[in-house]
Design a binder for this molecule. Structure first.
Ligand code: RP5
Length: 195
């Protein structure tokens, strides 16, 4: 199995077990999903949560997906993020193979701009849930945050990092509002479009 496991250098006050082993697994249906799922990776890196990531397709490599997911719990994985586009059955198939919580990210790379992926992921029949995020980059970002929130239930340090993240987000909105009232709407829009 080719699993790209990435363990991040994080501050020593985190639980040793958490530092050493990935606790979140990300699986994408294709390498073409990776640019969107980069948003998930950014969040997990910012919050210092170790994760692993792999590519596995529910229709092109169903056996590989089954094997990868059935051993996730043994590896110490607590949450799985599954991202796919088009007729996106990957998150549902992943959820069928584990009782770990599965977060689904609908990728917007299809002619239907991800609406097909959203419906495929969100409309799971009763019995096998998938926590479905928004389509595309915002969904990928929220998948990372939501997974971190699950980890935070048993890791107070992760909880603190999530609160710090929210504080930084609020500060960034405030500084934008301050800049807007300082330079006015025309200049503000100019600075945004010149970026
Ligand atoms: C899905 O098909 C993948 O998740 C991807 O979003 C989509 C297209 O895959 P490629 O044809 O780009 O490999 O299974």
């Amino acid at each position: 199995m080719h699993i790209f496991a990435k363990t991040l250098a994080i501050e020593p006050y985190l639980d040793k077990e958490l530092i050493m082993k990935p606790v979140i697994a990300i699986i994408v249906g294709s390498d073409s999903d990776l640019p969107v799922i980069q948003e998930t990776i950014n969040i997990l890196e910012e919050l210092g949560i170790p994760f692993e990531i792999t590519i596995g397709s529910a229709h092109r490599t169903p056996d590989r997906v089954a094997e990868y997911i059935s051993t996730a719990s043994e590896r110490g994985i607590k949450v799985i993020i599954a991202a796919a586009g088009g007729a996106a059955h990957l998150p549902g198939v992943v959820a069928s193979k584990t009782i770990l919580p599965v977060i689904g990210v609908p990728i917007d790379n299809s002619p239907l701009n991800g609406l097909d992926s959203l419906y495929s992921i969100v409309q799971m029949p009763g019995g096998i849930p998938v926590a479905t995020m928004a389509i595309g980059r915002a969904g990928a970002q929220n998948a990372g945050i939501f997974a971190a929130q699950i980890i935070a239930l048993s890791e107070p340090e992760v909880s603190q990092r999530l609160m710090d993240y929210r504080r930084r987000m609020a500060e960034s909105v405030k500084s934008k509002a301050d800049k807007l009232s300082e330079i006015g709407i025309k200049k503000y829009i100019e600075t945004k479009t010149n970026r």
